[in-house]
Write a protein that binds this ligand. Structure first.
Ligand SMILES: C[S@@+](CC[C@H](N)C(=O)[O-])C[C@H]1O[C@@H](n2cnc3c(N)ncnc32)[C@H](O)[C@@H]1O
Length: 311
C-alpha cells in the first residue's frame, strides 16, 4: 500500500500511478479543495469518517435485513458447491452480519471496511474473524472461496478512486483470487434508486434512535446523494449527527456485462433469499467457472448460468 497521511476526517494517499521507482509522500496537507495535477502523481482521498459511531450503530440496529438474508444465501451456495471450509472475504463488512453467518458455518472470515466504528462492531460480533479498516477499492484480495459485498458497497464514493476502471479492476482481482467454483455475491444501486421526481425524504426509528434522510438522484450524472441526520439516545438525551453519502449508480445490465467479460458466470437476482430488494437495487450471484480437463466449462450446481435470469 502507498504511504498514507491522516487527519481527523480524511485519509490521503499520494501514489505514483504506474511506474515503479517514483515515490512521493506528503507529510501534512490541507485537504479541502486540494488538487495536484501532475502526470506522475495523483491524490487518493478516502473519507474515514463515514458511518461514524451513531450511524454505524443505527445501521446495525435497523438496516441489517439484507445482510441477514444474504449470509445464508452465500453459505448455502458454498455448501452446494462442496466447500466445507476456506476463506470468505466480506468487503464493506459493516457490523459483521454476513461475516457472522459465514463464520458460524465454519468458514474463515476476512472483513474490510473503511469505517472504524463498523469494524469495531464486527470485531465484537465475530471474535474469530479478521477485520481491517481500509478501502476495498485498491485492496489485495487473498486466495478465497467467496467474496461478499452487501449493502451497495461498490456504489459509495467515500474513496475518490472508486470509478468504472478501478471497480472493474477490483472485480478482476476478485476473479483471480477466487478458487474455481468460488462465488462473488453483491448488490448495487442503479439508476432509479430514488423513485419519482425530485428529492425523497424518509424517516425511520427504533427504541433509542431515529434517522431522517433526504435522497436526491442526479439522473444525468448517475449520482445519488443521501443526506442523513441521525439521533441516538445517550443517557436521557438524543445526540444529533449528520452525514452525507454519495454513490455512483451502476446500471445492472452494464455490471452483468462487465462481469461476464471478465469471465464470471452471472445470475442477476431480485433479492437475497426471501428478502426482496427495494426499487433500484439489483443483486449479482457470480461464480468463477470450473474448467474440465478438456478446457470446457463445467455445469455449476445450484443454477448459476449464463443467462441474466432474474430470480
Ligand atoms: C450500507 S453499509 C453495509 C454494511 C454491511 N455489508 C451490511 O450489509 O450490513 C455499506 C458499508 O460499506 C462500507 N464502504 C463503503 N465504501 C467502502 C470502501 N471503499 N471501502 C471499504 N468499505 C466501504 C461502509 O463503510 C459501510 O460499512
Amino acid at each position: 500500500m502507498p504511504p498514507a497521511v491522516s487527519n481527523s476526517t480524511t485519509r490521503l494517499d499520494v501514489c505514483p500511478p504506474a511506474r515503479k521507482g517514483v515515490g512521493f509522500r506528503l507529510e501534512s496537507v490541507e485537504l479541502v479543495g486540494l488538487r495536484i495535477h501532475h502526470p506522475k502523481f495523483y491524490l487518493h482521498q478516502v473519507m474515514t469518517d463515514a458511518f461514524r459511531d451513531d450511524l454505524a450503530y443505527i445501521h446495525d440496529a435497523g438496516f441489517g435485513g439484507l445482510a441477514r438474508a444474504a449470509g445464508p444465501v452465500l453459505v448455502a451456495g458454498l455448501q452446494r458447491r462442496g466447500f466445507a471450509g476456506g476463506l470468505v472475504v466480506d468487503l464493506g463488512c459493516g457490523s459483521g452480519i454476513v461475516s457472522r453467518a459465514v463464520a458460524e458455518a465454519g468458514y474463515d472470515v476476512l472483513g474490510i471496511d473503511l469505517s472504524p466504528a463498523m469494524v469495531a462492531l464486527a470485531r465484537e460480533r465475530v471474535p474469530s474473524g479478521t477485520f481491517r479498516v481500509g478501502s476495498v477499492i485498491a485492496t489485495e484480495i487473498p486466495r478465497c472461496i467467496a467474496v461478499a459485498a452487501i449493502g451497495e458497497v461498490f456504489n459509495y464514493l467515500f474513496d475518490s478512486e472508486n470509478n468504472a476502471a478501478t471497480l472493474a479492476a477490483l472485480w478482476r482481482r476478485i476473479h483471480a483470487a477466487l478458487v474455481p467454483g468460488g462465488l462473488l455475491l453483491f448488490d448495487v444501486a442503479g439508476p432509479g434508486r430514488v423513485p419519482g421526481r425530485g428529492p425523497r425524504r424518509i424517516f425511520a426509528e427504533g427504541d433509542d434512535w431515529a434517522v431522517l434522510a433526504t435522497l436526491e438522484e442526479d439522473a444525468t450524472r448517475r449520482i445519488l446523494t443521501r443526506s442523513i441526520t441521525s439521533f441516538r439516545q445517550v443517557g436521557e438525551l438524543f445526540r444529533r449527527d449528520r452525514e452525507v453519502h454519495r454513490q455512483r449508480l451502476l446500471p445492472p445490465t452494464e455490471v452483468a456485462e462487465e462481469l461476464r467479460a471478465i469471465g464470471y458466470r452471472v445470475r442477476v437476482v431480485r433479492g437475497h433469499g426471501s428478502e426482496r430488494f427495494p426499487v433500484g437495487l439489483a443483486g449479482f450471484l457470480a461464480s468463477k467457472p470450473k474448467r474440465s480437463r478438456s478446457g470446457r466449462w463445467v455445469a455449476e450446481p445450484g443454477g448459476i448460468d449464463e443467462a441474466a435470469g432474474l430470480g
